[in-house]
Design a protein around this ligand. Sequence first.
Ligand SMILES: [Zn+2]
Length: 417
Amino acid sequence: MQLKTILNRIQKFKSFVYGSIRWVEEAKEPTIEVELHPRANSRPICSECGCKGPGYDRLPIRRFEFIPTWGIKVFFLYAPRRVDCPTCGIRVERMPWSEGKHRLTETYAWFLAGWARRLSWKEVAEAFRTTWDHVFCSVEMAVTWGRVQRDLTGIAAIGIDEIQWQRGHKYLTLVYQIDAGCRRLLWIGKERRVKTLLRFFRWFGKERTKELDYICSDMWKPYLRVIAKKAGQAIHVLDRFHIMSNVSKAIDKVRAQEAKELKEKGYDPVLTKSRWLLLKRPENLTDKQETKLADLLRYNLKSIRSYLLKEEFQLFWSYKSPYWAGQFLDKWCAKTMRSKIEPMKDIARSLRKHRPLLLNWFRAKKQFSSGIVEGFNNKAKLTTRKAYGFRTYHAAEIALYHALGALPVPKVTHEFF
Ligand SMILES: [Zn+2]
């Protein structure tokens, strides 16, 4: 069997044929070059308008990298024709294996992008002996294509979240579709301001916004304002994951402050190594940690009382009726307001203020469990952390869409695994 026969099975082009194939002796790595020629009497297609036109001249031979095989690099060699297009003037012809000025064939770019979903970009570059830039361009191509092709109909529930990225207080706003049948990242915006979310709604469009039944978010003020203004018809659910992480932050604040005070007064530094004990759920503690927690609980410290308040608050989520959940919430807030622990009082104040939105979680029949947004949040953090190469916002954006966007890919006749 000839190589040409194999190529025709896996990658056949309608108006082009494979010519001679040669082993490149002088190359550093094992390399083969495959010539491509236009089919006899075929006329070139204008790359700008897609119309056939008379040939004008031919450009020098260009190399397009194809998927390597048996540890051998494979290049297509082709001298592009120029078309004398009646509409556009003289243009380079359209080549079905490559778009624009790319040095990779589209098939190879899709191949690399596919692997970049499973491995880091650096690992992909190493595995296929190519460069980080080639992997990046491939993923960028896949994301651009997928975002144009994706179906945005029937979106009824969205979740709005933010992640910190780079160092300092830089945020990205992420909007997910969280419908039972389809969960994916829809949109990314810089910062987490009113402006940011307004940009989302502008992109999403009035028609689609009207179709939204549920929106989940945290209590971040700019989000609340924009959602009320833009999608007043949707049930706005305050997300359990975000609320509990706020409570944890408050406890952490109490603990840090108290540890500092105790140290200043010369007491035993009982709280310095206890951070995780107070933040973990009791069922997740090891035996040793459990003993330490029991020790801690003997002190009547603010940290401990905050911890107990948090544990008590977990009960809130087990209610079924919004009415009884509301009763519980009121009691818990009243109790917390008497605790004299400022960070916890802040939590109670904010929960009171957002009471109706909190109870919407029960009205939405708890169908948007904290797991959905939390899962996305973890994956998004992992993606941005893994990619320390992302110095630019654009690269981070591309990586997030690629990892979380569930973007469509074109149907191909041959899978290159
Ligand atoms: Zn044209």
